[in-house]
Structure formats: structure tokens, C-alpha cells
Design a protein around this ligand. Sequence first.
Ligand SMILES: [Zn+2]
Ligand SMILES: [Zn+2]
Length: 455
Amino acid sequence: MSKITWTTVGGGPEVGANCYLVSAAGKQIVLDSGSHPKKEGLAGLPGFSLIRKAPDGVLVTHGHVDHCGSLPVLIRHFPATRVYATKPTLSIVDRMLHNSVSVMGTIALERGITEYPLYSHTEVEDALRGAYGLGFNQEFALTIDGEVRASFHHSGHVLGSASVLLRTPGHNLFYTGDICVADQELMSGLTPLSEDEKVDTLVIECTYGASPRADGLVLEDEIQRFGREAAKVIERGGSVLAPSFALGRTQELLNVVARLQQEGTLPQTTVYASGLGRAIYEIYEKFPEYLKPGANLSPMRSFKRIGDVWERGVARELLREPSVIVATSGMMIENTPSAMIAQEMVRDKRHGIFFVGYLDPETLGHKLLYGGKGASHLFELSGHPVKVELDNLQSFHFSAHAPRRALRSVIDHIKPRNLVFVHGDEKAIQWMSDSSPDTCRKYIPTMGQTVTLDA
Ligand SMILES: [Zn+2]
Ligand SMILES: [Zn+2]
């Protein structure tokens, strides 16, 4: 009775379409239903054919698309399966998925990807109708007989983000989701699981497993460095662009900028925020009890709307006066607000472009940062390459993921029998596995693989 199985339906040893199937006591639970941030069309979906009967529930840890982006497709296959998430996560997932429908529609037109959109606005509504919104540490039954139970635990990553404790007969599993141990500007670090909880299997994210640099960084030092560098740009009449993910980084950074202005590190200039980031900001305002105690959330009206940067002249107009601009996408994918603004900015050396998150090597953001002055890039797919004149391209480490030393401390605290490593590249997962105690049984299940876990 104490055996369970774990199947990687998507994600596993990469940061991809996270989706996992847990089978225990004849019941089936799905953890997360993401879409791959880099793959397009149907290739970006988890392998749903691995799920052969309707799951008893799907639990979504947070609103980033690598954890929720395929939920409407899963529910299309299994309409009777109920969705569970924290209350803020449900609101965020709703905004993120409707935005995905619009983005997929645009890509379908621009690039002729006929598989897009993968789902409709109606299917987003169908998936979330009847979804259960829960608080932290509130145990709930996933099956009528009450044999499988679960609870969400504050994971410190973004608003409402959770780890999941799954209790099945004779076997408890803890899935971290994405975690941040240290406090951020708005989020407090994760709440450690009570010492009394016995966890047989710990499934842990490994994002920073290959990054020793992240271990030694102090967030406040990076914040002050950002402030000093941004002040230099503004004082010489330029603007600062900080490409940011819509969920998490945008809200955190806007409040960092507001504090730096209050403290006098940054001059009082206009601060701009782009569309989806603003929509998510409204949800942060709705759930103040989920923010760090004492977090001083600036009202969203203190940040100006960017406007339609695809209209001729709008980006140029935006840059007439010095300002700080927080715009999606974080990795500066072509045709997104950050790319459209950067296209205008790179022609003028007064400005600065400051990256504040992870950059995939394939993305425009990475090419721009490391290509430096003199390189030419295509910012708008239907446009022409633009030569970079500015040389103030920098990166700052503002992560919402735990560095590897903190990930290790989570393992030491929970002391599981089995360790399953997910959500990291090959090197990251290998480091985590190599440095974990050999008293644990260790698993790195690949895509489509099922492992049996003993209590
Ligand atoms: Zn995340
Ligand atoms: Zn993730």
C-alpha cells in the first residue's frame, strides 16, 4: 500500500511543460499542467496521452505558463477533473491563460503556425469553472473516500505560489514547485514544512543547481547596484529599460524602483509598466494578505501605462523624457513590448538596458546583452535589423528561485527517503543529485518515464 508511482508527463529534467502524474491507491493526481516556454505549437504541450484515465484532480502550484499553460487542453481531455490552486493563483492563471490565447492568435497570423491557438477563451473559462481556490496549510480531500488528501504551502516564489503536500495511504509526497527561500521586495521566503511532517518522497526544483554565483549574491546589494546604475542613465537624460516577466518580476521591480526613488537613490522620473504586468499587479493589490508582512505595495496608479508600442512613433515618444520602463517579455522575445522599445533605444547611447532575470541563450535578450555595441539585431519580425549604438547593457540577479545552497538546505530539513529532481537543465540536476545525501534514493525521471517509489 505504501508504493506510489511518479510519471513525467512533461518537464522533468528540463524547465519545460511541467506536468506530473502521481498514482497511489488506485487514484491518479496530476501536479501542474504547463506549456514549454521555448517550443511552439503542439510540441509545447505535455504528453497527455500518458494519462490513460480521468485524474481525480489537478493541482496547479502557480501561474507561470511552464506550470499552467496547458491546463485548458488537459481539461478538454478530462472535463470531469477538478482544478485546485490557491485563490491568488486561480486569478493569475485566468489572466495568464486568456493572454496566452491572444498571443497564440497573433503568432498564428504573423507566422502561419496553424496549430495556434491551442485553446480558446471559452476553454479557459471551462477549465476554471468549478475550480477550487484554497488557502495555505488547508488540507482538502482529492477523492470521495478521503484516501488522498493535499495541502498547499507558501513557496515564496510569486504571489500565491505553493508547494504541494500530497498524502496517500502510507506515503507522503512533497512537490516543491518553484521555490524561493529568501525574502524578495514583496514576497516573503518559503515557510518551511513543519518538522512533524513525515515526507517519504521529496520532488525538488533545481533551477539554480548549476549556478554557484547565485549562492554568494545578496538581493539588497543587487537592488542598490541597480539603483546607482539607473541613476547614472537618468542623470544624463536617458531612460532605463528593464525587460521583466509579467508575473513576479514586474511587480517586484516596480516596487524596488518606487523604494529607490523614495530613498533618493533614483531621481523622481516617470515609471512605466506594460499591459500584462499591470493586469497581474491588480491581483497583487487584491490579495495583500499573501504579501510579505509589512510589504509596502505602491498603488498601481503610480506607474504609467506604456501604450501601444506597435504604433508608429509611440516608442520614440516614450523615450523623450528620462524614465524607468518595466516591460514584458523578460527575455526580450521579438515583437514584445520590451523588444519594440529596445529597437528604438539601441540607436541612442544615453539609454541603458538592464536585464533582471534569466536569459535563455537562444533569445534576443541574450544576443543583445552579449553581442554588445556594434552588433545588429532584428527586434520586430517584419522589420529590419537595427545596429546597437548604446553600450550600457547590463544584467542584475533578481531571482525568485532559491540558489543551490538553499535548495540543499530544503533537502536537509525535510529528510526524505526518496528524492526526485525536476525543473533544471542537465548540469543543474546533476549537481543537485551528486551533492544530496547518499542515504536517499535518487531519481531523475525523463520525459515519459514512470518510477515506483517506496515509502
Ligand atoms: Zn515559476
Ligand atoms: Zn517554473
